[in-house]
Ligand binder design. Structure first.
Ligand SMILES: Cc1ncc(COP(=O)(O)O)c(C=O)c1O
Length: 404
């Protein structure tokens, strides 16, 4: 079976974790700080805080933007739940926007049209590793939204937060993700390009008009119960004394996991190169099959090549699902990214109706995600392409039969 997205772990990765386990300090400490410095380097930012997940990073980003009850936050309907659930967590109203026809992405104009006088922040998503260009969005949002205080007031517009769970190391016009939006959340979950098993990071662009050291301190404090000292600082000398300034979260990243990420960063440039190469092989291998691969190579875009998103020449969801079953029987594990949020119970219960999101619904109905990971050989890619072409031929026959 060709798996969908297993992690690639080397002996160096394992040794890096073991070294921390033997070191006498296993939770957040010096290794995590080195990991943060390297993440800041990769994303062209002045700093980063390592956290337990991208979800935690997104939620802290919303709180750093001062988002709370009475505020609205705009988010695409075509994304993973974590992009939107965090808006609910902070007590704000989720405002979803549809995708453009034939695309999983909303346009900046569509996002801007959803902004009201209550909009505190906008969350954009770098789906599949393709960086979303928030720069024209920033221009469109100038002077709009709820910008009475905090970061929004300093920016003169709602705060733009990038869900960059898929896009560490991507670039747009030579700006790395992390440098485009105001605040950026990365994920290091087990299926991501770079993994700490579970983990994430929050970064802020280097010219963000705020006291960035204060922002970093705030994020650290809010990721550690609102406690003014972390465990390492408390363990030094007789400096046990601390305060808790807010009843906050516990979502720091321990050194045991940071070590895994730090080790993988050493080969991350090669990882990205190979992932891009695999995408190119899919494009070549699927030529003439009627499959359209999501474009990772727009103007100035260098994608992180996280997902191989394909649009199939099939009639509907049932037929797409049959193709996934056929692929499975041919030894290929495929997936779907994503079921639009209004199709999920949680968001239906919040009042969202998929009928209001025809673009997202249509893209989802014929979407299939192909395996993309470093254990794939060139021969594996060829096998996936052959299996998909065969499944699509069978699908076309079924279409003819059922139409007759
Ligand atoms: C688009 C997107 N956003 C956010 C997340 C959440 O990441 P994490 O699991 O690190 O919280 C994911 C995870 O799959 C994701 O795909």
């Amino acid at each position: 079976m060709i798996p969908f997205s297993p992690p690639t772990l080397t002996e160096d990765d394992i040794n890096a974790v073991v070294e921390v386990l033997r070191s006498g300090w296993i939770t957040s400490g010096p290794v995590g700080r080195r990991f943060e410095e390297r993440i800041a380097e990769v994303s062209g930012t002045t700093g980063a805080v390592a956290l337990s997940s991208a979800t935690a990073a997104l939620e802290l980003a919303l709180r750093a933007a001062g988002t709370g009850p009475g505020d609205e936050v705009v988010v695409p309907a075509y994304t993973y739940t974590a992009s939107a659930s965090v808006i609910d967590h902070v007590g704000a109203k989720i405002v979803m926007v549809d995708s453009e026809p034939g695309s999983p992405f909303p346009s900046v104009e569509r996002i801007a049209a959803a902004v009201t006088g209550r909009t505190r922040a906008v969350i954009t998503v770098d789906l599949a590793g393709i960086p979303f260009d928030s720069r024209p969005l920033a221009t469109l949002l100038a002077g709009r939204g709820r910008i009475d205080a905090g970061l929004g007031a300093a920016l003169g517009r709602p705060v733009i937060i990038s869900d960059s769970a898929h896009s560490l190391g991507a670039r747009l016009d030579s700006y790395p993700t992390g440098s485009l939006a105001d605040l950026t959340a990365f994920s290091f979950h087990a299926v991501k390009n770079l993994t700490t098993a579970e983990g994430g990071a929050l970064t802020w662009r280097s010219d963000l008009p705020t006291d960035q050291e204060a922002l970093e301190r705030w994020v650290r404090t809010y990721s550690l119960h609102g406690q003014t000292k972390d465990a390492l600082a408390k363990s030094r000398g007789a400096s046990w004394e601390y305060d808790v300034i807010a009843p906050a979260y516990k979502c720091n990243l321990p050194d045991t996991l940071a070590a895994l990420g730090l080790s993988q960063l050493d080969r991350y440039a090669r990882t990205l190169e190979r992932r891009r190469e695999l995408l190119a092989q899919y494009a070549e291998g699927l030529a003439g099959t009627g499959v359209t691969l999501l474009d990772h190579g727009g103007d100035g875009v260098v994608s992180a090549a996280h997902l191989a998103i394909a649009t199939l020449p099939v009639a509907d969801v049932a037929e797409r699902n049959r193709v996934i079953q056929d692929l499975y029987e041919a030894g290929v594990s495929a997936n779907v990214h994503y079921k639009p949020l209004p199709l999920l119970t949680a968001y239906r219960d919040l009042g969202f109706d998929i009928a209001d999101f025809p673009g997202a619904h249509a893209f989802y109905s014929t979407e299939l995600t192909l395996p993309l990971h470093l254990a794939l050989s060139d021969a594996d890619v060829a096998q996936v392409c052959t299996a998909l072409a065969t499944a699509l031929r069978r699908s076309a026959t079924r279409g003819t039969v059922s139409a007759a």
